[in-house]
Ligand binder design. Structure first.
Ligand code: ADP
Ligand code: MG
Length: 696
């Protein structure tokens, strides 16, 4: 297959450029290059005039003559400048790299089409590293729409700026002509009236018929999402045909005694429904992989506990993995307390345990004298061996990487049932793509008696009022969180903000009347636990912290959440933080502090928070505002490696791809129909299926 040919062998590439294409853009083969799509098109006929240049334009096209080429500066600050004139004015062009090559190739007093981003520099507009094309003469492109490819400094220094890449692609299109096979089944191509793969790829890279660009892009987006869905759904399908699930047939003593003797409230309707769904999975003979979504405080942990008890009733062990030590400790304390007197052994394993203690836990685990193990990442280390692990709960899964999850899996000969819990609701499009192979349960109901949290936005100038409010709540016996951002790049600055804030609060809330806890990431685990513990027991009234308390921490008596520099947090994170209050029966409040000036997206986020407490609405808004790149946990997900589809804007295509795959697998589960031959080939070739099949 010509498309599998290593990129090195394309005319004009060679070993050095091949190495760069691989390391910089992940392009290994001819086929990869064809799937390296332009990120925009420039209409060459729409030129601006220099006099009317607008520096807010992301990309402009100019037409004019280049003159006065000069090399200025020395050493590392050497740069090449030139002037571009049209009949309305002139601006400077500047290059910092590839100077020699550019200087030699530029022909003075010749007309050029110059494309790039205008920027303001020392009061003048210039364009750095513009893309250049001769305007007339031999070899000039006849395309009206020029594809623009993103490149990197390293690639540009080897001549692979957007035009260099375009030239390679053109070259390849010629070489591969007639050898770009269709990958979608004929019935699908027919059903959606799609252009052929060869056709679409050619139009995208070399749009001689510009009106076809959109259709061609949609075809390639569909294809990309289709195969993603195929991977997930085929993996799920394989799992269901393999009858290797543990059969949890009984609900026994442990469950019943806990339910009847220990639980002093009714389950919500949603909790009951979800427990039923999970029970049905656990006795189906198939291995369960279920995602449990539910807003903070909706009672997911309790559901998980009930299911762990069923596992124990059926003679095996269960474990629960939390993303932080604080959370693991908290789960351990809660679970131990709730199960007290039922004769169930609960163990804790975290990284900060003394090695002798760790050894003991591992020993007991292996012998089977621990029924429930709760812990952090320490759980997935190689030397942690279970006697018989039957049920795995992963709490707040977005903190765990895909790879880490798959390691838990290997801890049992017969795969355990897996329940993944997340309190960050996942927008529909993402859930469909990201969790295409998981079954999904939703707890969409809060325990009774909860009051909706009141959220307000205050600026720094209203701080005294906020302090006054905190004082009143504390006087009523309540507790308060004050949270500061801690974002890695500016860690020391942020830490200073936190310490300054702590000092100012200490001044306004003096000892001995007020006690204040402080927790941040630089403290060791013991100190953190000590401070957390004091707050949990109500010995301190105020908890000043960074986002370490974001996930899962449960202090029902806390009713006020003050978030400093709230504009710096993402929506999902704000939502998580807000969920730390409103966990008891009291009216709770969330106060979002910001400076007076806000960016438009900052304002939008704050407004969303004030307007709604619905986690799903917030997740949707977050995705729209920030794009998937900023959503927690998506980094490892593969969604971000999409080459052409866009998770935010291509929802209709995602839907179509998903439904098409569902239909195909329903009518031809093993892909034996010759029509689906290319799909079978894909499954066989694609290792991703294997690893995804194993994960949660
Ligand atoms: P989540 O893990 O979804 O954030 P938790 O399971 O930690 O929520 O539950 C939050 C709090 O609500 C806990 O204190 C828990 O004991 C309590 N809770 C859970 N389910 C119910 C219920 N049905 N009725 C009353 N309180 C409940
Ligand atoms: Mg929780």
């Amino acid at each position: 297959m010509i498309l599998d040919t290593p990129i090195e062998y394309l005319k004009g590439v060679g070993p050095a450029r091949a190495a760069l294409l691989q390391s910089e853009l992940g392009i290994y083969t001819f086929g990869d290059l064809l799937e390296y799509y332009p990120y925009r098109y420039v209409d060459r006929s729409k030129t601006s005039t220099i006099r009317d240049l607008d520096i807010d334009e992301p990309y402009v096209v100019l037409r004019g003559k280049i003159h006065d080429l000069q090399t200025v500066g020395t050493g590392r600050s050497t740069r090449l400048t030139a002037l571009l004139s049209d009949n309305t004015g002139q601006i400077e062009l500047v290059w910092f790299q590839g100077i020699k090559w550019i200087k030699e190739s530029l022909k003075p007093d010749t007309e050029y089409i110059v494309m790039g981003k205008p920027t303001l520099f020392n009061g003048h507009i210039n364009i750095a590293h513009p893309d250049l094309d001769r305007a007339t003469g031999e070899g000039v492109t006849t395309l009206q729409y020029i594809p623009i490819y993103s490149s990197t400094e390293k690639l540009k220094s080897k001549g692979l700026h957007t035009k260099g890449i375009a030239r390679l692609t053109e070259q390849l299109l010629r070489a591969a002509a007639g050898n770009i096979p269709e990958t979608l089944p004929p019935s699908v191509v027919h059903k959606y009236n799609l252009p052929s793969r060869a056709n679409a790829i050619e139009v995208i890279h070399y749009p001689t018929r510009p009106h076809d660009i959109t259709v061609s892009m949609q075809r390639m987006k569909f294809e990309e999402l289709f195969f993603l869905q195929l991977d997930y759904q085929y993996a799920k399908h394989e799992r269901t045909i393999r009858a290797n699930g543990r059969m949890f047939t009984v609900v026994g003593d442990h469950f019943n005694r806990f339910y009847n003797e220990k639980l002093n409230f009714e389950l919500t309707g949603a909790q009951k429904r979800v427990v039923k769904e999970i029970r049905a999975d656990m006795r189906s003979g198939h291995q369960m992989n279920r995602l449990l979504q539910g807003d903070v405080g909706s009672g997911k942990t309790l559901v998980a506990l009930l299911c762990m008890l069923i596992a124990i009733d059926n003679g095996c062990q269960a474990c629960m993995m939390a993303p932080t030590e604080i959370l693991a400790n908290q789960h351990f304390a809660n679970v131990s307390k709730m199960l007290d007197g039922l004769g169930i052994n609960v163990g804790l394993l975290t990284g900060s345990l003394k090695s002798s203690a760790k050894r003991k836990v591992k020993e007991r685990l292996k012998q089977g004298s621990i029924d429930i193990l709760i812990g952090t990442h320490a759980l997935i280390e190689k030397d942690v061996q279970f006697a018989d692990l039957g049920f795995v709960v992963i709490d707040e899964q977005h903190r765990f990487g895909v790879e880490q999850r798959s390691r838990l899996w290997t801890k049992s000969a017969q795969p355990p049932h897996v329940l993944v819990m997340t309190a960050t609701p996942i927008p529909r499009t993402l859930a469909m793509t990201l969790y295409g192979d998981l079954d999904c349960s939703v707890i969409d109901e809060l325990p009774p008696g909860r009051k909706e949290i009141k959220t307000v936005h205050c600026t720094d100038s209203q701080r005294l009022k906020v302090f006054g409010f905190m004082r009143r709540e504390i006087a009523r016996g309540r507790q308060v969180y004050v949270v500061y951002p801690l974002i890695e790049e500016s860690e020391s600055m942020d830490l200073k903000d936190l310490m300054d804030g702590y000092e100012s609060i200490s001044r306004d809330f003096p000892l001995p009347e007020y006690q204040i806890s402080i927790v941040h990431g630089r403290m060791d685990a013991e100190a953190k636990d000590y401070e957390m513990g004091r707050f949990k027991r109500g010995e301190t009234q105020i908890m000043v912290s960074t986002t370490v308390i974001e996930v899962g921490v449960d202090v029902p008596n806390a009713t006020v959440m003050v978030i400093e520099n709230a504009e710096r947090f993402g929506l999902s994170q704000l939502h998580q933080l807000r969920g730390r209050v409103g966990r008891g029966g009291e009216q709770s409040y969330c106060i979002l502090m910001t400076g007076n000036k806000l960016s438009s997206s900052g304002r939008e986020r704050i407004k969303t928070m004030v307007d709604t407490t619905d986690g799903f609405r917030i997740a949707e808004a977050d995705l729209k505002l920030r794009g998937p790149g900023d959503l927690q946990g998506l980094q490892q997900s593969g969604i971000l490696q999409l080459k052409i589809a866009d998770i935010v804007n291509d929802e209709p295509i995602i839907r179509a791809a998903r439904e098409t795959v569902q239909d195909i697998l329903a009518s031809d589960p093993n892909l034996d129909n010759p029509d689906n031959g290319s799909l079978k080939l894909h499954i066989i070739k694609n290792k991703r299926t294997l690893s995804w099949g194993k994960i949660s």
